[in-house]
Design a protein around this ligand. Structure first.
Ligand code: SF4
Length: 289
């Protein structure tokens, strides 16, 4: 089987940066690093990092209190996940009294800045995204109670009647065409709507590189990445929307040869938190079929 790999498959710069911060702080296992929820949405990478004593504590949404078991023989450090957290959570984590490093992706930090500055100026802020995703939960925390999450056109109808100015941003990993659809619809009611397209460059690049795979002859697509990874799920949705058989796998073990062997050429892409060693092993497995 011929395998065509998407150019941008794998780690984005925000994920690489968060991993680098955690590794720097862990100092090869000399210190214990606690991440409040997963540092990135990839189980296998979190397992690999745990060997350097980077430990995930708390819950997926970073909402529950942490019960930290402090190591008697080495220092512990808290590192904030790439998806960011709310200012309230930041205050809580800092209150734990441990050294603190911020692994929030700077692209998420820019969105948080837009939400915060506009809420402070009295805007209502509409956030396009998944209300259960930690990034969106973190962003809402900056909105001073003026944030409203929408995921579909129907959600726009549930919004209150805004009396003042309105701004709209997006979770970093959404589809641009859907964001545009929602902003156009909202602008019909609020012509002065201030729009910030905050979908990150890495997301846009991965989505356009996936479409390029079809032009190169991919008959089916294998998308590699965590089941909680928003950008991976979007890649799988995008591939299916082009009516190509799509297989979302976490590792090479998830590939079922009988399902893919009928295709002569398969395109492979991976979410922004998928490590290179997994992408390589999936490609090797497919090439061997
Ligand atoms: S997908 Fe975008 S926002 Fe998320 S970590 Fe990567 S660069 Fe940052």
């Amino acid at each position: 089987m011929k395998v065509i790999r998407a150019k941008s498959a794998g780690f984005c710069w925000g994920v690489e940066r968060a991993i680098q911060i955690a590794r720097e702080e862990a100092q090869g296992g000399a210190r214990r690093v606690y991440t409040d929820g997963p540092l990135i949405h990839n189980k296998q990478m979190m397992e690999a990092l745990s060997k350097e004593d980077v430990q995930e504590v708390g819950d997926y949404q970073s909402s529950q209190a942490l019960d930290l078991e402090q190591s008697a023989d080495k220092e512990s450090v808290v590192v904030v996940r790439a998806h960011g957290i709310s200012p309230q959570r930041r205050e809580y984590l800092k209150g734990l009294g441990l050294p603190f490093r911020d692994g929030t992706c700077p692209d998420v930090g820019i969105i948080a800045g837009k939400v915060k500055s506009h809420a402070e100026r009295g805007f209502d802020v509409v956030i396009f995204g998944d209300p259960k995703h930690p990034e969106v939960i973190g962003l809402l925390g900056y909105s001073k109670g003026r944030g409203h999450v929408v995921n579909t056109l129907e959600d726009l109808e549930e919004l209150p009647n805004f009396k003042g100015e309105v701004a709209m941003v997006s979770q970093s990993t959404m589809f641009t065409h859907e964001f545009k659809k929602l902003t156009s619809k909202l602008a019909e009611s609020y012509p002065q709507l201030v729009v910030f397209d905050t979908i990150c460059g890495a997301t846009k690049e991965r989505q356009s590189d996936l479409v390029a795979l079809f032009k190169e002859g991919a008959e089916a697509i294998v998308v590699i990445g965590g089941k909680h990874s928003a950008n991976t799920l979007k890649l799988a949705k995008l591939a299916s929307s082009h009516k190509r058989p799509t297989f979302h796998v976490e590792t090479a073990d998830d590939i079922i040869p009988a399902e893919v062997s009928k295709f002569a050429t398969v395109g492979v892409t991976a979410g922004a938190s998928t490590p290179e060693f997994i992408i390589r092993s999936v490609c090797e497995r497919l090439e061997a079929i």
